[in-house]
Design a protein. Structure first.
Length: 229
């Protein structure tokens, strides 16, 4: 029997949690470090370890807007998924420079993309397959903002292409067992491929950087500073 690898770990999985591993030195450092995450079945095994690769210059000057390459490694320590995000402004004011993230599997196999749509209301994203077809759309609360960095809790709905049916979700909330914030991803259950699950994971990571990373970093740093007074 061939052991599972790559996207095989997503087959039959309906929910995953994405948890960031944070070191004290990372919180207090002037220049942000490259992030690390675990992708886990709720209260279960770790499916992937995610490691960011980005330039120190962009981490220092562009913070959470930075471009990055995120590699997800499976239990055999083989690269299963790769996410590529280019440097772009997160504000809706700059409609010519919207967010886009490309998803690859099996090292270099193009799998799909997450593309931000320009809107002045609730944030809206397209989740596309490798052929460029919109398989899902994703929308969040109108209060979501990338400018103030204060969105500790929020829910983004995964919708059908025409936005009429809610088929899944990505929720950023406090996890009491983990004692920290994480992203809870609920995948669609009807006719969803492992490839599109990988695209949805990519969408979750994009949301983490656009809406939550800066606020969590500031909150943890403030808590540590106050705790030492």
């Amino acid at each position: 029997m061939v052991p599972p690898s790559g996207l095989d770990f997503l087959r039959g999985v309906n929910e995953v949690n994405i948890q960031q591993t944070v070191e004290l030195v990372d919180i207090l450092a002037y220049v942000e470090s490259e992030n690390r995450f675990e992708v886990k079945v709720p209260q279960g095994e770790t499916l992937y370890i995610a490691a960011e690769s980005s330039s120190q210059t962009q981490r220092m000057c562009c913070a959470s807007n930075r471009g990055f390459e995120m590699r997800l490694y499976d239990q055999s320590r083989q690269e299963a998924i790769r996410l590529n995000r280019k440097l772009a402004c997160s504000s809706w004011l700059f409609g010519c420079c919207l967010q886009e993230l490309e998803v690859y599997s099996d090292v270099d196999l193009y799998t799909g993309s997450v593309i931000q749509e320009w809107t002045i209301a609730a944030p809206l994203f397209q989740l596309r397959n490798s052929s460029g077809q919109i398989i899902y759309r994703m929308t969040g609360p109108s209060s979501a903002t990338t400018c103030c960095g204060s969105n500790y809790q929020a829910k983004f709905d995964i919708l059908s292409p025409d936005c009429t049916n809610n088929v899944g979700s990505i929720v950023h909330a406090w996890d009491s067992l983990f004692s920290g914030y994480n992203l809870a991803v609920t995948f669609p259950t009807i006719e969803v491929t492992s490839e599109m699950k990988a695209v949805i994971l990519g969408a979750a990571f994009l949301l983490e950087y656009m809406y939550f990373e800066t606020s969590k970093r500031r909150g943890l740093a403030s808590a540590l500073t106050c705790g030492s007074c």
